[in-house]
Structures are given as C-alpha cells and as structure tokens.
Design a protein around this ligand. Structure first.
Ligand SMILES: [Cu+2]
Length: 786
C-alpha cells in the first residue's frame, strides 16, 4: 500500500494514475460512500421566505470527512426540476469527475443520480459546490475534510467553519441589476462615492481622474448581501471545547462573491495550512480569505472565557462570528470599514491608468503585452530596489517555442516580444519593470490601498522546495484581468470566455502565467485539478495553491506542472465574474471523453453571453417615457419613446453592435414630430451612426438620418448625493438642405434639444424624478424599473 502511494506521488503523473486505475492498486483502497441530495427548500434567514437549494436539507451541505488514502464514492441526486452539477474544489481527481458541466462531466439532470469516484491522494481542507449558473449562491456548497495519514501538527480536535454570503433576492436579479448599471446595491450599503462625500474629503481630482478613465464608483463587493454566514448562521457557538485544547479550525470561503477578514480573540492563532496544503506555521491574527480559498488555523481554547472568531466582509457591510469554549467572550479585533474614497485617492496618486477594455474589436488578436504596458501604473517614484527576481524564476532557456503555430494564440505571450525584452538585457536577474514582477515588490509598502500588506502571500512558505523538475519547457502566458464595470462584462485579455478557444497545453511542460489585474476589484483565480506555485519572496519555497487572489491593479505570477490530461477550467471564482465571462479552458492534447457525447461545450461557454433585458417607464407631469433594452456582450437592442403632453413626441428603435467596451455602431428608425407642439407632421427617418463612451463617462452619439441631417448628442449622469443622481442630455441636429427643400432664403436649419434632471432613487425599482426639457417643459414624476 505505502509502496503504491509513494509511486503515485513520486511520478506526480495523473496520466499514469489513470492508467493504473483499472488495475488493482486503487481498488484496494478502503471506500467511503456519501449520498448527497440537492433539492429546493424554503428557508427563512431574515424574516422572509426564500426558495433555496440545499444539500441533504442544509446550507451548507454536510461536511464530507475522509481519511487520506480512502476511495471516495459520492452519489449526488438531483431532486430539482433544473439541472445541476458538483465540482470538488481543490481535489486532484480524474478529469471526468471534476464536475464542470459540458466541459468534463455531464450535468446532473432533474431526477438523476450521478456517481463520482476518486482516490484521495491528498489531505487537507477543501470544498464542493455547484458549477451550474448561480446555484452556488442559493446554497449548493459544502466542506470536505481529509484527515492526514500522519502529521507533525499538534492539535486535539477539528472544527470546520464554512463562510458564505446570503441574499434573499434572486441572484439572477442581482446580476441583471449589475448589468444595467443600477447603483442600488451601493446606495443601500451607503458606498456610493457621491459628490457631496467626494468634495467633503477633498477628492475631487481623484474622482475626475477616475471618471476620465471611464471608471464608475469603486466597490469592493458589487452585490448586496443580507447575511454573512459561518456554517449557515451569523453566529455560532461551539461550547464543547475545554480550556487548553488545541483546535484545528478549517476555514473555507464558500461565499459567491465576498472576501472576509478573519480575526481572532485570545492569543494569536497559528496559520498552518493554505488551500489544503501545509505551510510553515506562522502566528497571524488578521488574514484576508479570498473567495474559494481555504485556511487552517490552530487556536488554543483559553483558560477562561470563550474566544471569538470574527469573519468581517471585506466591504464592511456585515460579519459573522463563531465562539469556541465557554464563559466570558474574548472578542476578536474589529476590522474598520474600508474608506472607498481614500482608496480611490491612493490608487489615483499612484498614477494608474485604468479602463482597459473588457471586450475588443478583434478577439483573436493578441495584444496583451501592449495592453499591459499601456495600462500599467507608472513606476516612477516607486521603490526599485530589490526588484530583481532570483535567476531561477527568470530562466527563459526552457521556454517553449511555438514551432507548429504561425499565429499567436491570443492568451499566450508573444515570444518574439519576450525575446526582444531579453535582448535589451532585461531578463537576466530581473525582467523589465512592469513585466513579471514578484507580487510582494509591487504590493508591499508601495501599495497602501487600505493599508494592506495583507494582499500578498509572503506569509505563505511551503514546508519544502516546490520547484518543478529542471529542464522542463516553460510556456509563458500573460492574462490581463479585464472588466467593464459599466456593462458588467468581465474577461481575460479583453476577451470573454464565449469569444475564445481552449488554450492548448502539453503534458511535460510548465505553464507559467502572469496574472495582471487591470481592474479595481479583487479576483480570486482558480485552476481546476492542479496546484500552482504562487511565486513570492520565499523563492523555491513559494507556496502551492489552487486559488490565488489578484488584488486590484496588481500582478501575481503562478506556474503549474502540466501533468494531467483532458480539459480544466480556469476562472475567477467571484460567481458574478465567471458568469460574465472571466474564464478560460486549459486543454491537454487528449481526446474528449466519450461519455460527454451529446453534451456540447458551447452550453458552458455561451452561458455568460446570455441576452439580458430590462426597461424603465416614467410618468411625469410634463411627459412620459419608456426605455427598453435587450443586450448581451456584443449586441444591443434599444427602444426609447418620449411623449410630452404638449404634443411633442420622439420614439426610436436602434440595434447596436459593441465593437469594444466603449465603441459601437448602430442603425435604426426614429419617429418625431416636425413642428413644435404639434403632432400634425410626424416624420419617420432611418438613422445610422456610432456611439462612444467618452472620458468622464459621457456617452456620445453621432448619426445621420436618411435626409442627410447629421446629429450629435451627449448624455451623462452622476450621483451628487447618496441617492440623488444628476443627469443631462444635449442633442444638436443640423440640416444643410441636402435632401430637404427649404423655403426661399434658408439654406441651413438647426435644432437643439436638451434636458437636465434629478433622480431621487427610492428603491431598486422606483425613483422620483424632476426634469426640464426644452421640448416638454418642466415637471416631475415617478420612474419604475422592470
Ligand atoms: Cu473576478
């Protein structure tokens, strides 16, 4: 038995493992069977009944406890009327059981049971969750605890704490509201960077700069959550521990979108494991746990009193506590609420250039290096000392030359470009600045956003050397993490999943990826079926992880040993980001599993290209108005109708095509009255033009109609108070008489239309408005969003 284990681990080759699988080896491993049933259940966490999804009746699902060296058999039954799936997060297992529907595993159809079978060749804290749509947000997640065969760690008991976030609202509704740019969730959390606050904090310059880069308000968390949970409740008590006992607390961040600060009452805990793997133990009281990460801490139950473990949502909008032991509470340190305006100022003071597009004109063109350079923060004034990386990390000799491909795969680094850099003598002992930079040098003391040296992983040191075998070819990739907050499209290298192909990798090579976050949000990037090294100041003892947080505007370099087969998902684990396109598939050159016949991959890849629809109607004293939009990543249909009670009318239907994140071409039909305050003469024209989001978040529209009248218009809106928006529109139409017959003596006509208004946001769906329009006059009314 031990022999087999040693063999399996030493070859590190899953391909061999699979080849052996049919042989007797693994069949001798003791089996442990779990049955999981996923079903709807009405829950009530806030006083409101909500139809949730539970596993064996609970949120979270049961803790699946195994021993290292067991063979897991897990039967998952779907009792819902929609399909589901389960992914075993962080486990090294045969590709077919990875549980990503349509990619590695068939979905579990309603009424079906699917069996997952794999040998547990690792120990540690992991978890499982649905990989279908937004089901994870509704409750489909649970923990996995694999007890080690042997350990040097001293502890008496285990305690698994599953962190999560809960919303009463339908998660799809929240995603739709994010897509339409509804500010309601930030308003509700009082996190809007409205002008009153910006002025009071002297941040006008920073705010204007943000707007210049077309960045909407900063947010740490876009969603609104009603509750944050530890094991399904905001407060948990575990009194059955005795003073002096050492407890291995296994944290899993199973939240859909929330990061947490972990703080502890009593003496500082010992961090012993990250993402399931042991690290050199370190005393640490305040730790940020990103979505999908796991950390194990050993805490000692105090001689008197019960210690609090506090998980504070990173955006400061809520928290959850667990109490271990009995007696007087030993409170955990509170984490202050983040100051978003201060963070914005700090970001801007570092001269960051933002606004890298999340969608681009030609998705197959590789311009990731140019983009990275263009949007990198200026390095002047930053500490350059100690920027040199160890030579080991920089060895480029083994780099894979793409002999067989003439065109560049769009996520792969241009090797020509790399070579050029190298010729400039930058590669030896330190790559060119802003290229591949050890994250600690970028973050550390230079990056003071929220005073957070906690955003790097230097506190994680592997117990041994994690470097891969010498002489392996290295395939370099650059993934710029890109996003468009205005349209809520998230992508990698400006390309969402639906517009890209699988990324081919080969067994036997090392894949090294520079993750360069060009957005204002944290992204927890997760690779299925592999552990990757997160290069940090610990060099050869850089830790191995399955999920890595990439902080806003920061770089992290990861690398993994390509020893698997099949297809593996790589994506941001914020549920609303993966469901908006921030994902890729790594594909070994091995045939697709026969059992996936009839389950086309496009069902997965096009999921984030869903067509969303929304509308708004306004009834006011001077006019009435209707907007309706249907949109996916590239296509948008817009209906807009305005009618003034003084007999002025304008209605328009346009189709527009987004060419990149800001620029689109459109065509459509416009209907309006020709004479003032009279519906006698209605003119219908065809229009074509371009629309472009200008710096300062001003949307522009340049068009010409079939009477050859050019028109230019601008529109913008900004929050002046927490829930009051100021908006304005200006339109100027010119007629040179090229088509229209003018009366004698006239050779030019112009028409100006403008409108200014205030919107008072009452709730997610309702606003009060008041406006002046030079056609309709002044008035006020109510808007309903639907
Ligand atoms: Cu993300």
């Amino acid at each position: 038995m031990t022999m087999i284990l040693v063999l399996l681990i030493s070859t590190k080759s899953i391909a061999q493992y699979v080849a052996n699988k049919s042989e007797e080896n693994i069949d001798n491993w003791p089996e442990r069977v779990y049955d999981l049933t996923i079903d709807y259940e009405t829950v009530n966490f806030t006083g409101k009944d909500v139809k949730a999804m539970t596993i064996n009746g609970g949120i979270p699902g049961p803790n699946l406890e195994f021993n290292e060296g067991e063979f897991a058999i897990i039967n998952v039954t779907n009792k819902m009327d929609e399909e589901t799936s389960v992914h075993w997060h962080g486990l090294i297992l045969p590709n077919f059981y990875d549980g990503v529907p349509y990619l590695t595993t068939p979905p579990i159809k309603p009424g079906e049971t699917q069996q997952y079978k794999f040998a547990l060749k690792q120990s540690g804290t992991y978890w499982y969750h649905s990989h279908t749509g937004l089901q994870e947000q509704r409750g489909v997640y649970g923990s996995i605890q694999i007890n080690p065969k042997k350990t040097d760690l001293e502890y008496d008991k285990d305690l698994v704490l599953v962190l999560s976030d809960w919303m009463d609202e339908n998660p799809k509704t929240q995603l739709r509201n994010l897509k339409r740019g509804n500010e309601w969730y930030l308003i509700k959390k009082n996190q809007v960077q409205s002008w009153d606050k910006v002025i009071a904090k002297g941040a006008v310059g920073a705010k204007l700069e943000m707007m210049w880069y077309r960045m909407p308000d900063m947010a740490i968390l876009d969603n609104y959550y009603d509750k944050f949970f530890i094991n399904g409740g905001a407060e948990q008590n575990y009194p059955d521990f005795s003073p002096g006992e050492k407890v291995r607390v296994r944290f899993i961040n199973a939240a859909a979108a929330s990061y947490f600060w972990l703080t502890f009452g009593g003496e500082d805990p010992m961090l012993v494991s990250a993402d399931g793997l042991d690290v050199v133990p370190v005393k640490k009281n305040k730790t940020l746990i990103g979505v999908a990460e796991t950390y194990d801490f050993i805490v000692t139950i105090p001689e008197s009193g019960k210690l609090e473990i506090l998980a504070t949502s990173q955006d400061g909008s809520g928290q959850a506590s667990a109490y271990l032991g009995t007696g007087k509470i030993l409170n955990a340190p509170k984490v202050p609420k983040p100051d978003l305006i201060k963070q914005m100022q700090e970001m801007m003071s570092m001269d960051m250039k933002m606004g890298a597009p999340a969608a681009k004109f030609n998705p197959s063109k590789n311009d990731s290096i140019e983009k990275m350079k263009k949007y990198a923060m200026k390095m002047d004034g930053m500490q350059m000392d100690g920027m040199n990386m160890k030579d080991d990390n920089m060895k480029m000799d083994g780099m894979q030359k793409d002999k067989d491909s003439t065109k560049m795969k769009h996520d792969e680094m241009a090797h020509e470009d790399m070579k050029m850099e190298s010729d400039k003598g930058q590669m030896n002992g330190g790559m060119k600045m802003g290229y591949i930079v050890p994250q600690d040098k970028v973050i550390g003391d230079n990056m003071k956003t929220g005073g957070n040296p906690e955003f790097n992983y230097n506190y994680l040191k592997a117990p041994g050397n994690t470097e891969f075998e010498d002489g392996k070819p290295v395939r370099e990739m650059l993934f710029n993490l890109t996003g468009n907050m205005n349209r809520y499209v998230w992508s990698i290298n400006g390309v969402p999943l639906s517009e890209t192909d699988k990324i081919k990798i080969n067994q036997g090579e090392v894949v090294r990826i520079t993750l360069n976050n060009m957005t204002m949000m944290h992204h927890p990037m997760h690779l299925h079926g592999h552990f990757f090294r997160v290069l940090n100041e610990n060099g050869e003892r850089s830790p191995l992880k399955h999920t890595v947080n990439v902080a806003p505007m920061q770089k992290v370099v990861i690398e993994f040993d390509a020893v698997e087969y099949g297809d593996w998902f790589f994506h941001c684990h914020v549920l609303y980001h993966i469901n908006s396109g921030m994902a890729r598939v790594f594909s070994y050159d091995t045939p697709r599993d026969e059992r996936l016949k009839g389950y086309p991959l496009t069902n997965l890849t096009t999921e984030a290209d869903h067509m969303w629809t929304w509308g708004e109607v306004t009834a006011a004293s001077h006019m009435t108005e209707l907007f309706y939009t249907a949109t996916n990543i590239r296509n948008q249909f817009i209906v807009r109708g305005e009618y003034g009670w003084n007999e002025n009318l304008e209605a328009e239907f346009t189709y527009e095509r987004w060419l990149n994140s800001y620029f689109r071409v459109f065509g459509g039909v416009n209907v309006e009255n020709e004479g003032e305050d009279s519906l006698d003469e209605i003119s219908t024209t065809g229009v074509v033009g371009v629309r472009y989001l200008l710096p300062l978040l001003i949307d522009s529209d340049l068009r010409i109609d079939n009477k050859l009248r050019p028109t230019i218009s601008f529109a913008t809106a900004t929050m002046i108070f927490r829930n009051v928006a100021l908006y304005g529109e200006y339109e100027y139409q010119m007629d040179f008489g090229w088509v229209t017959d003018f009366e004698e003596g006239t050779d030019f006509k112009e028409e100006t239309t403008w409108q200014v208004g205030l919107e008072f946001v009452l709730s997610r769906d309702f606003s009060l408005m008041g406006s002046y329009d030079n056609r309709f006059g002044a008035g006020g009314g109510l808007s309903l969003r639907f």
